[in-house]
Design a protein around this ligand. Structure first.
Ligand SMILES: [Zn+2]
Length: 131
């Protein structure tokens, strides 16, 4: 067993385009963008849909449930940790940290669920843990 350690996340920098993402985070909601023109979600959040270039996009809260698409366990550090891509139930993938886990037990395709850990400035950062 190799237990993951919690990391220190740098303070968040934001801008008006993504401020609703951080507002959602501070309220415990993982916000993703959905395009009403092509009907598809995207991540990271952008005003213009990267699939069809429409600006008819809106914010929606994700369920917080996902699947581990791939990961990398950093074992040769003083405080081992894992990063990975999680594919959300809504269909988008995000690069994130996998926390509170046994690094030897992580498996591609396993179910994961949303957690929050604070950055240095107190902003909640979305991370995932085995479901
Ligand atoms: Zn679109």
């Amino acid at each position: 067993m190799l237990k993951s350690h919690n990391r220190v996340y740098p303070a968040v920098s934001t801008n008006p385009e993504v401020e609703p993402y951080w507002e959602g985070a501070r309220a415990g909601r993982l916000m993703i963008k959905h395009c009403n023109a092509c009907g598809k979600p995207h991540f990271y959040p952008r005003t213009i849909c990267p699939r069809c270039m429409s600006d008819a996009t809106e914010w929606r809260a994700a369920s917080g449930k996902g699947t581990l698409y791939t990961y990398s366990a950093m074992r040769r550090t003083k405080e081992p940790y894992a990063i990975g891509f999680v594919t959300l139930e809504e269909g988008v993938s995000m690069l994130t940290n996998i926390v509170d886990c046994d690094l030897d037990e992580l498996r591609i395709g396993q179910k994961v669920t949303l957690r929050w850990q604070n950055a240095e400035d107190g902003t909640p950062i979305p991370v995932f843990t085995p479901a």
